[in-house]
Design a protein around this ligand. Structure first.
Ligand code: B12
Ligand code: SF4
Ligand code: SF4
Length: 266
């Protein structure tokens, strides 16, 4: 079998159920903003980290697995009229993430039959994961919007992401140059109840990059995390037929206000 091309792998991912897919070369990712900036940022161990709340254990650098030369980035549509896909259910996962995991497993097994070595990246950077939004921009799926989320032309920010490492040295299929924020009149960042975008707190002079959280250095993850902690505390039993038809399950509905404010893909 000849070496698989990016086009063929992307086609396979879409056929397997991904809403969007692209390829990012590992050398490009090593130079992408989040990958270079996070080690220089004040430490964070709130919601979204594996070491959550553990003193002195923080998100640090990405550890690249040996032999992995490019990454397949998969996106799955989380439609705003079906919010249950995004709920964190008591077994600590969402319906959307489970779907992404199963799509990734299927793609992995097909590629391995074609003698491609693969590596399933964990969601958490502390458990061997990568920064998925920057990876998706590098793979050409969209751009980082003013709401600090990946915004895609097809689904706006209403997607969730996953990554599969490949032993193939494939070129990145992005960035695409797409940028709807330049001409957008909606101030999505002003809608945040925690004013997480109210002040510029990161500066190029300190972090050595012009691409900053919130694009201009105004996204404060510690303020967003206060909302996330409140959302965790508001966990409630609900009937989610896709998960259990017998009993209600405990559900966390994480804030999506800055995501919902974006009209793209609605
Ligand atoms: C930890 C984490 C959190 C933490 C901290 C977030 C943070 N940004 O630091 C908290 C709990 C606060 C959080 C909140 C949310 N999260 Co979160 N989170 C993560 C996680 C696990 C790691 C993210 C991280 O640490 N990034 C590092 C920081 C420094 O990056 P950053 O803030 O994005 O800043 C960089 C970019 O802005 C970039 N950038 C700016 N301009 C440009 C231009 C170019 C060209 C490029 C390439 C890059 C670039 O440069 C900055 C660094 O200098 C990822 C999953 C993963 N493994 O990636 C999910 C993830 C990012 N979260 C996600 C989501 C959806 C959310 C929430 C909406 C909550 C929810 N309902 O799920 C909010 C949104 C907050 C916001 N507006 O950003 C999705 C994003 C999907 C999307 N469409 O973008 C992800 C990818 C998880 C998933 N399931 O797919 N999250
Ligand atoms: S609402 Fe407008 S500024 Fe905000 S992310 Fe969407 S396109 Fe960009
Ligand atoms: S997810 Fe909610 S709290 Fe966090 S930045 Fe967006 S609007 Fe603010």
């Amino acid at each position: 079998m000849d070496k698989l091309t990016s086009k063929e792998i992307i086609k396979l991912a879409l056929k397997t159920g991904a809403s969007l897919a692209g390829i990012a070369n590992v050398e490009d990712l090593k130079k992408a903003p989040a990958f270079t900036v996070v080690p220089k940022m004040p430490k964070y161990n709130g919601v979204g980290t594996y070491m959550r709340g553990e003193k002195d254990k923080f998100l640090t650098e990405v550890l690249w697995p040996q032999g992995i030369k490019s990454v397949l980035i998969l996106a799955y549509h989380h439609p705003i009229d079906n919010p249950a896909v995004d709920y964190w259910i008591e077994d600590h996962n969402t319906i959307g993430n489970k779907k992404l995991i199963s799509i990734t497993k299927n793609v992995k097994s097909i590629l391995e039959k074609e003698c491609v070595e693969t590596y399933s990246f964990n969601y958490h950077v502390e458990k061997g994961g990568i920064f998925l939004k920057d990876s998706a921009v590098t793979a050409g799926l969209g751009c980082i919007g003013r709401n600090n989320l990946l915004v895609t032309p097809e689904y706006g920010p209403h997607v969730r992401l996953r990554a599969l490492g490949l032993s193939l040295d494939l070129q990145s299929t992005g960035p695409s140059g797409y940028d709807p924020c330049k001409s957008c009149k909606i101030k999505c960042w002003e809608k945040c109840k925690k004013s997480a975008f109210a002040k510029e707190i990161y500066f190029s002079s300190e972090l050595g990059r012009s691409e900053l959280p919130g694009r201009v250095g105004n996204f404060d993850r510690t303020l967003c995390n206060i909302q996330m902690e409140e959302d965790v505390a508001s966990i409630k039993p609900m009937n989610i037929p896709e998960v259990s038809t017998e009993e209600p399950v405990n559900v966390i509905k994480y804030c999506r206000t800055c995501e919902y404010a974006c009209p793209i893909g609605k």
